[in-house]
Design a binder for this molecule. Structure first.
Ligand SMILES: C[S@@+](CC[C@H](N)C(=O)[O-])C[C@H]1O[C@@H](n2cnc3c(N)ncnc32)[C@H](O)[C@@H]1O
Length: 478
């Protein structure tokens, strides 16, 4: 079967666009068994790769780059000339004698939040083309991705966290709908006009391309707008995208103009001195585990940016604050002056944003903190004498008095208890499951939900400490 597929590909000058079933999450195989040497290719194409750079297999992160010898701080590690990054250039595509205007039209149907699919179309096109300039790069890409759109249904449920389930379902639904759109646009196209050389494209190959881009592309400066600001463009950066992620990176990406030809160079520069055998690590962004799992297929233990999302709901908040000892909270029936502040916080009104978060660097999202303080206060004047920014900040010390602050923190603690109770399993059960030889996706889903529960527990700990501290202090008024 595989041999006949390969034969077909060579006869038709095409490469098949399939997405293999996921192997091990940490060791995904590459698109071809022995892909070309990426470092040599980058150098051959006029790029620079520091002699210390080697590609190696990391224990849990797939392939990665390491330094074989010391690299001093500030050194250039990789430099890519302008023609190596892979990007979606609609203007160029439209001018290619109408051949790929199909791609441009398809790209227009992709919602902005799924930008990775747009560049994914270009990646699929290049993957299908024999003789593609980027084949040495594309053949080095993983064959499978550990993102949840490829999880079995049971493991999507195993995430146990509604906001992420919603995002995963949305992406799966999009891929199925988009598959139909793509098939429809490709119907009756002559082979010469077919952007994928006549090959079938389905939800699985679209998912492969979207995940390849979301887990590897970087959003960099593109051309300048008239006002001098730069357009943000996602690009796939050969070799640079072999760097794994850390919130404490030792390297960073910089863009510079080549003084010779004024073209844009993309560089990786050592941010710290890098010791022999150290991995070369970039920071993909201050991302919570939802985004890391959804786009990159991994989660970070004790991620300082991880948070949980809750809906601002008056009835639930009344229940939580009553459980915390507040006698008659007014969350579901705010006074007009309180309602007015909720409007300002966009927690009430015609199109309110009711998503609030706990955890991360803020502990309690500013808008939510202000709402709690205001709704638990009884004196309009004291509240109106306070700046909204002061009310939003957890580091402002009890701006409406100690009793108010304690009631607000206790209400959040009670809310955390309710949120924890919504998870069908306890951390202990999850940890026991991880001890068993569960599949890669079950392990990822389990690690994800353990981290979410840990965020809630950490918020409770932090707020309990604050309540204790406040209880021992005198009343502080704004
Ligand atoms: C830009 S690529 C890096 C190269 C990749 N490891 C490979 O084998 O091609 C990003 C992918 O690397 C893996 N990765 C990067 N940083 C990681 C980390 N800190 N923990 C776990 N996996 C990581 C994830 O699979 C992610 O989707």
């Amino acid at each position: 079967m595989a041999a006949s597929k390969a034969l077909m590909a060579s006869l038709t000058h095409l490469r098949p666009l399939t997405c293999a079933a996921s192997a091990s999450a940490s060791y995904p195989t590459r698109l071809v068994p022995q892909p070309p040497d990426l470092i040599k290719w980058v150098r051959r194409e006029g790029g620079f790769v520091h002699r210390a750079v080697k590609i190696t297999q990391d224990e849990s992160k797939g392939l990665g780059l390491v330094a074989a010898e010391e690299i001093p701080r500030g050194s250039e590690i990789i430099v890519l000339p302008e023609h190596l990054p892979l990007r979606f250039r609609s203007v160029e595509l439209e001018h290619e004698d109408g051949l790929h205007s199909v791609l441009v039209n398809l790209a227009r149907q992709i919602p902005e939040e799924l930008w990775a699919m747009k560049l994914g179309l270009k990646l699929l096109q290049e993957r299908a083309k024999v003789g593609s300039f980027w084949w040495p790069y594309i053949s080095n890409l993983p064959e499978t991705y550990s993102v949840p759109i490829f999880f079995p249904g049971e493991d999507i449920k195993n995430l146990q966290y509604a906001p992420l389930l919603h995002q995963v379902n949305k992406r799966c639904r999009f891929l199925l709908d988009f598959e139909r759109e793509v098939k429809h646009s490709l119907e009756n196209l002559k082979p010469d006009n077919h952007p994928f050389g006549g090959q079938e494209v389905d939800a699985s190959s679209l998912g492969w391309a979207m995940s390849a881009v979301s887990s590897r592309a970087f959003r960099l400066y593109g051309n300048k707008r008239i006002d001098g600001t730069h357009i943000d463009i996602p690009m796939m950066l050969p070799l640079i995208d072999m760097c794994n992620h850390s919130f404490n990176p030792n390297a960073q990406i910089v863009q510079e103009q080549d003084p010779g030809n004024l073209k844009m160079l993309v560089k990786v520069v050592a941010e710290t001195a890098i010791k022999p055998d150290d991995p070369l690590l970039l920071n993909y962004g201050c991302l919570n585990n939802d985004l890391l799992l959804l786009d990159y297929g991994f989660v970070i233990h004790s991620n300082p940016y991880d948070c949980i999302e809750l809906k601002y709901d008056g009835a639930l908040l009344d229940a939580a604050s009553m459980a915390a000892g507040v006698s008659s909270p007014s969350f579901s029936a705010p006074a007009p002056w309180q309602q007015q502040i909720l409007f300002q916080l966009n927690l009430a009104g015609e199109a309110p944003d009711l998503k609030v978060s706990l955890g991360g660097t803020e502990i309690v999202e500013g808008r939510f903190m202000a709402a709690l303080r205001v709704l638990l206060a009884s004196d309009a004047e004291t509240v109106q004498n306070c700046e909204l920014n002061t009310l939003k900040s957890t580091s402002s010390e009890a701006p409406l008095g100690v009793a108010n602050e304690i009631a607000a923190f206790r209400s959040v603690i009670a809310l955390c208890v309710i949120a924890l109770g919504h998870f069908p399993t306890k951390i202990m059960d999850d940890e026991a499951l991880l001890e068993e030889s569960a599949s890669g996706s079950t392990q990822l889903a389990t690690q994800f939900r353990i981290q979410k529960k840990s965020v809630i527990i950490d918020v409770m700990r932090d707020l309990t400490r604050r309540v204790k501290l406040l209880s021992s202090k005198e009343t502080v008024n704004c």
